[in-house]
Ligand binder design. Structure first.
Ligand code: KG4
Ligand code: ZN
Length: 375
């Protein structure tokens, strides 16, 4: 009989619930995105996020149970994101998870959101009957995080889905997360929120247009596996300010977005060659830094596997560059599908499985932790 865990995720701006069997097989996964609510503010507004989680959590869990064709009584445990994330948002999922666990008499498993992102890669690999070899280096790159972890089994004789892993932080951003840089650059170019998906497509559309500016690699003192993106964002801002020809276009795009015309096909005709070139150079710089540092760290640690997860892992150029570099270096790179890259609850249920198997449970005193370390 399989172990079926309901995962609940509410750390940022997606309310999500999913049922996963044995930490590997997704029986259901429901994600209610709040993007339309936060869009007009150009980022996630914490107060609005928690209010929306409150509104969505019950129907989202109900739908996940319906899709899995199960009743709550059939569950073996409930896994819930404890952190890191927005405290007000986390508390909604935690309170609901605690209430369900208490009333059903089921175990409650506290899960670290970042550990969830790492498990997302394994969930995806399982679909194609592959299993990334450990130790691995995992780059988690999203709107809230840019961090590199070395992942290995705690007990080398237990490499199955039920075994616990240990994590060592190898590098992290010292300022903005990569996704945050995408979102800020998109906003300053009048391309709306979130920035990643639209900039990804515009950069591809730029082709070989001459570069209006070039951004060199970011130099890091101290830990050279750390990242930094705020300087790049500021360089884009200064370049756009110093070249007044960008301004009329930015205003046109802002007006289009205010009218609700935010599709790629609607925005592309409003982007001149200089804008397309600028977007491509920005993306080249982000991708170069993410890939270079990660692959240098993989080499230094001599790990066979590179995992990339989080919202920015959906970026096509990032994926292609990682695959190419990893192949040349004789390593394997793995990514989740788009749906498993961005925040979801299947990854939380998957990360809960080894914890449940090893009796790492929470009681009614479980609290949210905005900066929960991964352990
Ligand atoms: O993982 P996620 O859904 O939420 C956070 O935990 O932040 O990631 C959202 C972030 C946003 O910053 C968004 O702009 C970025 O991921 N993103 C992308 C792409 N799709 C989403 N960045 C670059 N290229 C993409 N295709
Ligand atoms: Zn996330």
């Amino acid at each position: 009989m399989s172990v079926r865990i309901l995962g609940i995720e509410s750390s940022c701006d997606e309310t999500a619930a999913a049922v996963v069997a044995d930490g590997r097989e997704i029986l259901s996964s429901v994600v209610a995105s709040q993007i339309d609510i936060h869009r007009k503010y150009g980022g996630v507004v914490p107060e609005l996020a928690s209010r929306e989680h409150l509104r969505r959590i019950v129907p989202v869990v109900r739908e996940a149970m319906e899709q899995a064709k199960m009743g709550l009584a059939d569950l073996d445990a409930i896994g819930v994101t404890q952190g890191p994330g927005l405290v007000g948002s986390l508390l909604v999922g935690i309170t609901y998870g605690k209430t369900l666990a208490e009333s059903l008499g089921k175990p409650l498993v506290p899960v670290n959101h970042l550990e969830g992102h790492i498990h997302a890669v394994f969930l995806e690999a399982h679909k194609s009957q592959t299993s990334p070899a450990l130790p691995a280096l995992c780059l988690i790159v999203s709107g809230g995080h840019t961090v590199l972890y070395q992942v290995q089994p705690k007990d080398s004789s237990r490499t199955d889905a039920g075994g616990l892993w240990s994590y060592r932080k190898i590098g992290q951003t010292r300022d903005d997360a990569a996704g945050e840089a995408y979102d800020k650059v998109s906003k300053l170019l009048g391309l709306g929120y979130p920035g990643g998906p639209i900039l990804d497509r515009l950069a591809a559309a730029a082709g070989n247009i001459p570069a209006p500016v070039k951004f060199g690699p970011t130099k890091m003192r101290g830990n050279t596996f750390d990242f930094s993106f705020s300087g790049l964002k500021t360089a884009v801002l200064y370049h756009a300010r110093e070249n007044p020809e960008y301004l009329p276009e930015i205003a046109e795009r802002e007006a289009a977005i205010a009218r609700g015309e935010r599709k790629f096909e609607q925005l592309l005709p409003l982007c001149g060659p200089k804008t397309l070139g600028l977007v491509r150079e920005f993306q080249n710089a982000v991708v170069r830094d993410l890939v270079e540092r990660t692959m240098r760290a993989a080499e230094a640690l001599n790990v066979p596997t590179v995992l990339v997860s989080g919202g920015v892992a959906a970026n096509r150029q990032l994926r292609a560059t990682f695959e190419d570099r990893a192949h040349k270096a004789g390593r394997n790179a793995y990514f989740p599908s788009h749906a498993l890259s961005t925040d979801n609850a299947a990854m939380i249920a998957a990360a809960a499985y080894p914890r449940f198997q090893n009796h790492i449970l929470a009681d009614i005193s479980l609290n949210a932790s905005a900066s929960l370390p991964i352990a």
